[in-house]
Design a protein around this ligand. Sequence first.
Ligand code: CTP
Ligand code: MG
Length: 632
Amino acid sequence: MSTSVRVQVYDIPLFRLLKTHSRIKIIVINSRTVSNYDLKNSISKNRMIGLWRMMTGFRLIYLAALLGLGVAALAKTATYLLLRRFIDEILGQGYPWQTLALVAVGFLVLALFEGGFTFLSGRWAAQTAEGTALRLRNYLFNHIQRLNFTYHDNMKTGELIQRSTSDVEAVRRFYADQAIGLGRIVILFTVNFIAIWFLSPQLALISVIVVPFLLIVSIFFFGRVSKRYEAYQEQDATLSTTLQENLSGVRVVKAFGRQDFEMEKFEVDNLEKYARAKRLVLMHSLYWPSSDILAGFQMLLGFVAGAIMAINGAISVGTYVAYAGMVIWIIWPMRGLGRIIVQMSTGLVSCDRVTEIIKEDEEPLNVGSHAPEGHTRGELIFDDVDFAYGGGESVLKGIRFSCRPGQSVALLGSTGSGKTSLVNLLPRFYDYTSGSITLDGVELNSYTRKYLRSQIGIVEQEPFLFSRSLRENISYGVTHEVTDEEVYEAARAAAIHEVILSFPEGYDTRVGEKGVTLSGGQKQRIAIARALLRDPRILILDDATSSVDTETESSIRKALQHLMEGRTTFIIAHRIQSVMNADLILVLDKGEIVQSGMHEELVARTGIYRDIYDIQSQIEEELEQDLELAVV
Ligand code: CTP
Ligand code: MG
């Protein structure tokens, strides 16, 4: 018998401990369990503080990693000090072999300590880095899908991908290599400096003469590398976007024979990335020799000064040997310091880029005073509604109409007239700028988005299917268990059931990337089935049958007729036949309702509706005549 327990894990080391030391088999049901910590708490003006906060849950283990480095450094220095005593006091003095053995054991123990703690601290630092990055990636994924529509309208997909992958990776490196590396440098420097100070304060001072110069050089390069790295990452994101768009639009590219044009565009972007990378690398490669020269000079100075002192008898031979060993561990960190500082700048820039996303507020799904228990009736009243996208010009002006529960409203109008914008206000994808919309007598803005979306089924103008099975696509977003029969029923209503059964794998057929294995009309019908299965009180069909032939459309319409009962339905369509049975037809033009009423009234009057009607009837008549001729 197996039992699964749903747990919330905030802390990965603890989770590992539980996993390895408990008899209960822990299955991570949902990797969100590790991302429950709200990273918004870690935002700080100071990036260092931000990064420190981001480590919540790992800080202790990270400090332990630093402590481990300290122990390892002490062991290393102690080795040199032991060597000094060995040379000065034991070597050549004819001590018994027991003493020699003791010294040997001493060396061995110190070596073990150094190696052991270096290993442990590396492991702990890696755990912190990987754990934090894991959490960050989960957080970003979850956060990005909760940001509002306006954010996604304005942000490029490539940029978001770049930030959730490459920038997170740079943050990971910050913890794994750079911050820990800095700690290692500081510790090695301090421990060895103090040890040398005790041997000879004079030597200690000589050993750090170039430190200020090295620091100046490092800081000089730090600023420049930061800027260049930022520019590089930006270009990298541009390139990702170009690539991503090209892949999504590969059919358009082929159809228009624009491969060469696209290649040139990509090449320009790619070349720019190359140029920026070159500028970045140039900074790195300038830094290395300059810091090497300084470090080499320091080394020479230290060795020579030490040698002179040893010759003069100011220090013993053992002290000199120990010094020669330790001074390397002062100079090496100094040289490394610059490198780490320079590399850290990349981690900090990436941290900023990631924080910019974290800072964005999620669309509040549960905010609103009104979230009734039951279903909505679906009575809608629009009163003088204006709407504009992100502070731009109004795309909807003075919209005024009302519909009773269960009525169907059709929207007709030229492209760009605001039909999609109007229906997108209902699930609060966007909020209207002024005027009032009430649902069952309550202002739409006071409903929670979650409630509205649970009541509204929407077939998008360009439906998107996931690369999962057809069954999963149809039952997507249904929270309760659905039976096969329910899925079939929805599919039948959308006139897609038979088509699905004709596939060898039926409902288990997987949809290719973006549903390419399905035709446009089939995709639309799957999307209709998906919306119907949710059993919504308000149904929105945004041009849902535009890619479907007239015959299929009329069979969908018949099936929908029955399904539309009891639901308020919005139908956006271009064919008069699809809208003529609606209880209310609204004709939109440039964001305004120019005509409204039922089919009979509208045909009787002159206006856009009548014009469209005339044109479409004429085309149909001609078609019929052609058909008759063909039959004869
Ligand atoms: N628009 C915008 N930002 C968006 C979507 C649309 O600024 N995220 C603008 C469009 O440029 C257009 C207007 O809003 O000028 C209305 O767009 P829409 O409601 O999508 O028009 P539809 O009537 O749905 O047009 P179509 O028949 O082509 O779907
Ligand atoms: Mg539209």
